[in-house]
Design a protein around this ligand. Structure first.
Ligand code: FAD
Length: 292
């Protein structure tokens, strides 16, 4: 199938793109890497009248460290994240997650901003943003808004972006001393969207977790930051505690049933991931067995 007829404009600057979006409203769509937009158009799931191609706007590219903030331009491609020494050093969770996103051909064109704006609940990057406490920088004709990742994702393919705004950058706090991360997903084949996944970031003090952010994905209409993590903070983690927390996690999650997996199976996989995550972070393999 091919896309319905559409107009095309290559924006020359952020201001130019914003003027086009203001003029055409919900009849226009932004094009970054095209790896989600073009399939959706070819399948005629959407039929925008105008494509505003922002891929040539240099201002939206690049990765830089400014004090304790790692700033990533929205047009930074998946492959750029994978190759970046700054991302490897300051956001190793993100560096590890990239290898699970699609395949090399898609990672060569897909962008971080495009993935976040697309907001697929089974996607790896939105969950990483929650675990890392990211701020998403959004620009409209009236100026910039900074939105916490936890407020940005609002449902399946739904975000806090208005049709007249662009996501311009992502800001991450640089990884602290004693921080540790965990990333794992269950998928039918490597590179497929996850059936259930977990991106986690922690700070370890002594033998305990002093902070822990557990962001599950493919378990709801958006990535979920699990409140159950709080029970694991500043205490001696035992198999019995993991078992209790996995019960709490099971009650907290409400995963969907679909052709990939039942709700019960996703809930079970999330509990398995919880055990493996804490066991890995604390380097105590026996904790992976403490499931309810
Ligand atoms: P585009 O396709 O250009 O745009 C996506 C959406 O975001 C559009 O609605 C567009 O208007 C909007 N948009 C783009 N940029 C901006 C911006 N700066 N501001 C505001 N709105 C914007 N992704 C995963 O996470 N995990 C996977 O396992 C995975 N597997 C894939 C497998 C295949 C076969 C394919 C084709 C894609 C897969 N993807 C996967 C999606 C891929 O990661 C996409 O690249 C990504 O989701 C979208 O990035 P993009 O730059 O291509 O955005």
């Amino acid at each position: 199938m091919k896309a319905a007829a559409f107009g095309y404009v290559r924006a020359t600057s952020v201001d130019d793109a914003l003027a086009l979006l203001a003029e055409h409203g919900d009849k226009a769509k932004v094009l970054s890497g095209g790896q989600s937009l073009m399939p959706a158009m070819n399948l005629r799931l959407i039929a925008p009248e105008l494509i505003v191609d922002i891929a040539g706007i240099a201002e939206l590219r690049g990765i830089a460290v400014d004090g304790d903030i790692l700033r990533i331009g929205a047009l930074t491609r998946h492959v750029d994240l994978q190759r970046s020494p700054e991302v490897a050093l300051h956001a190793p969770l993100l560096a590890e997650a990239v290898a699970h996103v699609a395949h090399p051909a898609i990672r060569n064109r897909g962008t971080l901003g495009g993935s976040l704006a697309h907001a697929d609940p089974a996607s790896e990057f939105p969950a990483c943003m929650l675990a890392l406490g990211a701020t998403l920088v959004v620009r409209g004709r009236d100026g910039e808004r900074r939105i916490a990742a936890a407020d940005f994702f609002q449902g399946i393919f739904q975000t806090a972006l208005s049709v007249e705004e662009l996501l311009v950058a992502i800001e991450l706090p640089v990884s602290q001393k004693n921080s540790a991360h965990f990333f794992h997903e269950f998928a039918r084949r490597h590179g497929d969207y996850a059936i259930t996944g977990l991106a986690a970031q922690a700070v370890i003090e002594g033998n305990a977790l002093s902070s822990l952010w557990l962001a599950f994905f493919a378990v709801g209409d958006r990535p979920v930051l699990a409140g159950a993590a709080n029970h694991l903070l500043n205490t001696l983690v035992t198999p019995a505690l993991i078992s209790q927390v996995s019960v709490a996690l099971g009650k907290e999650l409400d995963p969907p049933d679909d052709q990939q997996a039942s709700s019960a199976m996703r809930r079970h996989l999330a509990k398995v991931l919880l055990g493996r995550c804490v066991a890995t972070l604390l380097d105590r393999p026996e904790l992976a067995e403490g499931l309810a």
